[in-house]
Design a protein around this ligand. Structure first.
Ligand code: ATP
Ligand code: MG
Length: 338
């Protein structure tokens, strides 16, 4: 039987260590400035290459949701009406012309991207074109992160652990993306008792509109909602411990679906994602995480049986180390391939 909670002295010690780790993981002002510069620089390049068009470059992903580190890649989305920019091969060519290095074009990917490295600003970036959904789900994550002071350190520490243990690559034969982990973290916090986060998509609010006047799919009034979860006074250390306990031993992978949109767990049956469903392939995967906006998509579908079991073992490993009173550095020790 896995230990129910951390003892007070362990909790105290781990809390201190986590604070220290979190401070180290915060991006430097200098690295944030470089990200903004890269955005501006790309806008300049695109304006020069395709003059006379209205072209914007926005950061999304960790550069936009408060969960980046100094060494994170920059996710960039070009927003424009100019049709010519939809040709990813052409985009790749022009970026190369302006001194970008290691330019790789993934035109056939689910979301077509150009990957490149800026030697001047020392930043790697993934560029896509006209992907408003990515901007919206980034804005929603950022809103959740701002609602309670525990979300940012918890998510950053778990992300750090996933990187060090090589658990955040959704590519072929890989595990699951950072985005999927973030959804699992948010949903875990929505399900604490009492809850630390609400479902921003379920809340009713008269004024729901984004900055550009489009209707918003979620409540985004941070000032009104800040401190929503303060009836729950669990510490950062306790939450980290409980996160690993939950996904290591309590969450029933064959029955449950993580739903940030609903703010609770769905059963596979109510979701229509039964493991043996004939009409719907999404349920065939061991891990079910509903994409909060495109709810028919399972973010867990990048992990096959083999990688899921590796992932599950890693969650249990982390829990057991914390249970034994090991330090966070040990939990996040760099994974070495045998
Ligand atoms: P990291 O710092 O590890 O890069 P991240 O927060 O940038 O973490 P990613 O997994 O790189 O997370 O995803 C970047 C962004 O891309 C997400 O914030 C989200 O907007 C979008 N995204 C990624 N995967 C999906 C998906 N399957 N469906 C919709 N949007 C996605
Ligand atoms: Mg990213």
């Amino acid at each position: 039987e896995p230990k129910k909670s951390l003892d007070p002295d362990e909790e105290y010690k781990l809390s201190g260590d986590l604070r220290e780790l979190y401070d180290r993981l915060l991006p430097s002002k200098e690295s944030e400035d470089r990200r903004t510069q890269l955005c501006k620089k790309l806008e300049r390049i695109l304006d020069e290459e395709w003059p006379g068009n209205d072209i914007q470059v926005n950061m999304f992903g960790s550069s936009g949701n408060l969960l980046s580190s100094s060494d994170s890649d920059v996710d960039l989305c070009i927003t424009t009406d100019a049709k010519a920019l939809g040709d990813m091969h052409e985009l790749a060519k022009r970026l190369n012309k302006h001194g970008m290095e290691k330019v790789v074009c993934r035109a056939a990917a689910k979301v077509p991207i150009v990957k490149c490295w800026d030697p001047e600003l020392q930043l790697a970036c993934d560029v896509n074109v006209n992907n408003p959904l990515a901007l919206e789900n980034t804005r929603m994550i950022k809103t959740y992160v701002q609602l309670d002071d525990r979300v940012r350190p918890l998510a950053k520490i778990i992300k750090y652990w996933t990187k060090r243990r090589i658990l955040n690559d959704a590519g072929p034969g890989g595990t699951i993306s950072s985005y999927t982990w973030i959804c699992m973290i948010l949903n875990f916090l929505q399900r604490r008792d009492p809850p630390i986060l609400p479902s921003l998509q379920k809340m009713r609010n008269a004024e729901r509109s984004t900055a550009n006047g489009q209707p918003s799919d979620f409540v985004d009034d941070v000032d009104a909602l800040k401190g929503w979860g303060k009836k729950n006074n669990e510490s950062l250390a306790q939450l980290l411990f409980q996160f690993f306990r939950h996904y290591g031993y309590e969450f029933e992978y064959t029955k449950h679906v993580v739903s940030v949109r609903e703010g609770r767990l769905l059963s596979r049956t109510e979701k229509g994602w039964e493991t043996n469903s004939i009409d719907n392939k999404e349920g065939r995967h061991r891990l079910c995480v509903e994409e909060p906006f495109n709810t028919y998509r399972n973010l867990g579908n990048s992990a096959d049986e083999y990688s899921w079991s590796g992932l599950h073992n890693e969650i249990r490993r982390a829990f057991e180390l914390l249970e034994d009173g090991c330090q966070i550095e040990k939990v996040c020790e760099q994974y070495e391939f045998p």
